[in-house]
Design a protein around this ligand. Structure first.
Ligand code: NIG
Length: 410
């Protein structure tokens, strides 16, 4: 017998040929935390009561896969409200950095913070995401840039995954920026990250993936390729923040290294898009950063679409360029600002986000064998998830077959 079956639901499976992989009047069953059956109610082999120990009436709601936020910097101390106010007063990025702001200020605060403080701050952010249906989240380090703090951030990420009903995937981002101790010596820093800091974190079992910033003023393609080589030697997949402020050929660098994803991509070239299509690298869209920094250019969605590059969407939750804890807001921005269709936006936080994390076998669609991570929504049709602004229609979140969140009645 199955553990639970949900009936009286419209399913957006995000798999198969129909828009949203929709199955009207469907049923979905879970056993041992995995999806055991999914299909039209009429195709059930027996009465639901005879098939599962618990039968749940979904009340004609839509059910989607649990949402996946595949790019966050959710563990940090302090905030960057002063940077925000300076920017509103007309200050540019360099001026804010000269005044002690920017990523380095978050590095100082995060180095000084204890693990409990980091845990409590990140738990709050994760709970907001989970209340909007997020069941899997990626969390990066990158606010330490030294051995101890990078490992501290990643330990907190692992602890969040143990204590909350959410899957946490960790990404080592020691090459977020050059550490202050190595100012002006990016080559030396990247070699130290590749030889010392990354292997130290990996040895402790803290790293699932490796990321770096491939942008002028941060790291060059040869430097990032040295980092990628070190990651591959440790058996770790790679990805990069790239082509956000100019075309540095970053998308192609990630693609030729078999990267899971290239993230940002406002200035990516057509050649890089073709290379990403060939390697199956996901383009991760981060509209929260595009909006916050008031970037004039949006990523070339039409090129990705034409070339068949899978597009994901994420919050990029961080204290500077995207102080966002709403994945639904990102769906709206992906559609309204970037002109993705609502279906592309939803695929961006389900099927394609799973791919950006190397989790296609485990989550991202409603298919037999995958984790029974589901969200029940009070919506008329799936496009509504991208349509509204500041509205959370999440009724219930199911993680590995168990109810982990129910919206309070208003
Ligand atoms: O994805 N390299 C960019 N990293 C972040 C910004 C993090 C921050 O400003 O603290 C990004 O936008």
């Amino acid at each position: 017998m199955w553990d639970t079956i949900w009936t009286n639901a419209d399913l957006a499976t995000m798999a198969g040929g129909a828009p949203y992989g929709a199955i009207p009047d469907g049923a979905i069953a879970a056993a041992d935390g995995r999806i055991a059956w999914v299909g039209p109610h009429a195709a059930l082999p027996d009465a639901p009561e005879r098939l599962a120990r618990t039968v749940r009436d979904a009340g004609s709601r839509w059910i989607t896969p649990g949402l996946i936020d595949c790019h966050t910097h959710a563990i940090f101390a302090g905030n960057r409200i002063l940077d925000f106010e300076m920017a509103l007063g007309g200050a540019g990025r360099q001026e804010i950095i000269a005044a002690g702001g920017g990523i380095q200020s978050t590095v100082r605060n995060t180095r000084a913070a204890g693990e409990d403080e980091l845990f409590v701050g990140a738990r709050r952010r994760l709970k907001l995401l989970m209340a909007e249906g997020v069941t899997t989240v990626e969390i990066k380090s990158g606010y330490g840039l030294d051995i101890d703090t990078e490992a501290k951030q990643l330990r907190v990420a692992r602890e969040l995954g143990r204590r909350l009903p959410v899957t946490v995937r960790t990404t080592f981002l020691g090459a977020h920026q050059v550490a202050p101790e190595y100012a002006g010596r990016a080559d030396d820093y990247i070699d130290w990250v590749a030889r010392v800091s990354l292997p130290a974190a990996a040895r402790q079992g803290l790293v699932d993936m490796v990321d770096g910033t491939l942008e002028p003023g941060h790291f060059t393609p040869p430097q990032i390729e040295r980092l990628f080589a070190a990651a591959h030697a440790l058996g770790l997949p790679v990805k990069a923040h790239t082509d956000q402020y100019s075309d540095g050929g970053g998308g192609a660098v990630v693609a030729r290294n078999g990267g899971l994803s290239a993230d940002h991509l406002e200035y990516v070239s057509r050649e890089s898009v073709a290379a990403m299509a060939a390697s199956g690298t996901v383009a991760v869209m981060l509209p929260g950063a595009n909006y916050t920094v008031r970037e004039k250019r949006v990523p070339p969605i039409a090129w990705f679409r034409e070339a068949g590059v899978p597009m994901a969407v994420a919050t990029n939750c961080n204290p500077g360029t995207s102080p966002a804890t709403s994945i639904l807001m990102m769906l709206n921005m992906a559609a309204t600002l970037f002109r993705m269709t609502p279906e592309e936006a939803l695929a961006g936080v389900t099927r394609n986000a799973a791919r950006a994390l190397g989790l296609v076998a485990d989550c991202g669609t409603l298919e037999v064998g995958k984790a029974a991570d589901l969200v029940l929504w009070d919506i008329e049709r799936p496009g509504e998830l991208a349509y509204r602004i500041g509205w959370n229609p999440c009724h219930q979140v199911i993680k590995a077959g168990a109810v982990v969140h129910t919206a309070a009645a208003i």
